[in-house]
Design a protein around this ligand. Structure first.
Ligand SMILES: Nc1nc2c(ncn2[C@@H]2O[C@H](COP(=O)(O)OP(=O)(O)OP(=O)(O)O)[C@@H](O)[C@H]2O)c(=O)[nH]1
Ligand SMILES: [Mg+2]
Length: 239
């Protein structure tokens, strides 16, 4: 492999049970594939002590592999990514959830596809090939499918999973996309892909299985859905 380095951003809010497992898996799969990487944990003052767990993990795996870039308060995912990118040493950025919904075993597949197709972005997809969702009840599946379907209809983005957040980006491309994105919250992932298409960036897709979180509290509620719908219409009107 080349001199590429991959910075994996892990935003965390109350993930103390999940963090040791996800980091163990990341280390395992990156080592096996002989890929140079760093993990950047962006914890937003989790009351459950996630940061203390992260410090212990840093002692185990080393300060060059696990970087801690905490913030004092819960400031949201969008700005957590920006904060992480500022501290990233890699030329590629991988964004994933820390709650074990995204399995690190897919990362080497993202990287292989990026290299073979020279893609600007590689997106995990739950809605193509072997991709799928596990552990969601019917209502949650319907919401996700519905959101994706509506967005496909309105935005025609050339990507099959708009609301997913397991992706690989060239760092410069990610910076450019983020600077153009106006939304925060759930719709942010979708806006990123829509802007990517607008700017003629290439997007590759890897089917992923998405597993519902086992530990910790889900945060999706009615207000997020209303917010999502509003933002979808806004994107429809402006792109
Ligand atoms: N730093 C930071 N991380 C956050 C924030 N909100 C969520 N996260 C993390 O972002 C990732 C995705 O958030 P989730 O709560 O899993 O969102 P979701 O997957 O849509 O919903 P559930 O898994 O059902 O809770 C997880 O790793 C969270 O810990 C935040 O405000 N700041
Ligand atoms: Mg989750």
């Amino acid at each position: 492999m080349t001199a590429n380095k991959y910075s994996i951003l892990l935003p965390t809010y109350n993930e103390r049970e999940n963090l040791p497992i996800i980091i163990w898996l990341i280390v395992k799969y990156m080592q096996e594939a002989n890929i140079d990487y760093e993990v950047i944990v962006i914890d937003d003052g989790s009351p459950d002590g996630t940061l203390d767990v992260a410090k212990e993990l840093q002692k185990i795996y080393g300060e060059n592999r696990i970087l801690l870039r905490p913030r004092a308060a819960k400031l949201g995912l969008g700005t957590a990514y920006i904060h992480g990118i500022e501290h990233a040493n890699g030329n590629f950025i991988i964004i994933m959830d820390a709650d074990l919904s995204h399995h690190p075993k897919f990362i080497p597949q993202f990287i292989a596809l990026q290299q073979s197709g020279k893609y600007d972005v590689v997106s995990g997809t739950r809605y193509q090939g072997d991709g799928g969702v596990y552990g969601w009840d019917f209502k949650r599946k319907l919401i996700s499918r519905g959101a994706n379907f509506l967005s496909q209809l309105l935005l025609r983005p050339n990507a099959s999973d708009l609301t997913g957040s397991f992706r690989l980006y060239k760092k410069d491309v990610l910076k450019e996309l983020i600077s153009r994105c106006k939304s925060k919250g759930y719709v942010f992932q979708m806006e990123m892909i829509v802007r990517a298409r607008q700017l003629n960036y290439t997007v590759g897709e890897v089917p992923i299985s998405f597993v519902d979180r086992v530990y910790g509290q889900s945060k999706l509620g009615g207000s997020e859905i209303v917010q999502f719908a509003k933002n979808l219409l806004y994107l429809f009107a402006t792109t």
